[in-house]
Design a protein around this ligand. Structure first.
Ligand SMILES: Nc1ncnc2c1ncn2[C@@H]1O[C@H](COP(=O)(O)OP(=O)(O)OP(=O)(O)O)[C@@H](O)[C@H]1O
Length: 249
């Protein structure tokens, strides 16, 4: 791990018409090659922060540096260098898996034989080749999540944003997704991800940022966070100690 790939300073966001800010001054940095996990209760601001970082939502104030440069100048190049796996499945239900992947590949400028070989490679990796020509609306939740992920990595991004990539999937699909993400990270892809699955995050992440009510309240490696929290045996204990047990609805 080396230079920061992304640095955020005092990022604030209040949505139009909202009474309360969703982000209240977030500062953090993610190093190149790292897996950074953003954890927090419902409504903490995780999706808002990811959406700002990948250019979908504008911040109210604050700065974001991508490889030490402001992101505003080179949005087109940045879009080629990042991949985004949204929380909601972003696939065309009436198209087949292959047609969806052809669409996303073309969006990233991949065409022809190169595109077909990439699609085949990733379908094999995610054990979905048998379903390539089936419509997405006939897929299980776990299959949809795997295709959703492939759609975002075919262009080999350097930085991958994942918003709850394993929500609602069975253990088999979860394991396949996490194994592939570990492989991608080993090959150099930086990953920023959110999850409510704390055991998964504890295993997967180099660094964790715990966010609550729009503020980062703790950050560090899972082991350091556990050691620093009196009585904590795992990340879930840390999380509950820091964010308390009050329901957020
Ligand atoms: N488009 C929007 N307009 C107004 N308020 C919003 C919008 N999106 C999110 N919010 C509010 O911003 C706050 C943070 O929401 P956000 O979705 O970022 O949280 P989260 O940590 O991702 O939650 P979850 O774990 O439930 O996905 C919440 O109070 C939410 O209601």
């Amino acid at each position: 791990m080396e230079q920061p790939i992304i640095q955020i300073n005092d990022l604030k966001k209040t949505y139009a018409g909202a009474l309360e800010p969703s982000l209240r001054g977030i500062s953090l940095q993610v190093k190149s090659g790292e897996v950074y996990g953003l954890l927090g209760p419902n409504g903490a601001g995780k999706t808002t922060l990811l959406s700002i970082l990948c250019g979908v939502v504008a911040p109210s104030s604050g700065t974001i540096l991508y490889r030490n440069h402001p992101i505003s100048g080179n949005i087109r190049q940045l879009k080629q260098e990042i991949g985004v796996v949204p929380q909601d499945i972003a696939l065309y239900p009436t198209l087949t898996a292959r047609e969806n992947l052809e669409f996303y590949g073309a969006m990233y400028g991949i065409h022809g034989a190169d595109l077909q070989s990439k699609i085949q490679f990733w379908l094999d990796q995610f054990e979905l080749s048998h379903a390539a020509n089936r419509r997405i609306d006939k897929f299980s939740g776990g299959m949809k999540r795997r295709i959703n992920l492939i759609a975002s990595i075919m262009h080999n991004p350097q930085l991958l944003f994942l918003d709850e990539p394993t929500v609602g999937v069975d253990v088999q699909s979860r394991t396949k997704i996490m194994d592939q993400l570990v492989e991608l990270n080993k090959r150099g892809m930086t990953i920023i991800y959110t999850s409510h699955h704390l055991a998964e995050a504890e295993n997967f992440c180099d660094t964790i940022g715990i966010i609550d009510a729009g503020t980062i309240i703790a950050s560090g490696s899972p082991n350091v966070l556990i050691e620093q929290t009196p009585g904590a045996r795992d990340l879930e204990d840390v999380f509950l100690a820091l964010t308390n047990r009050k329901l957020r609805d």
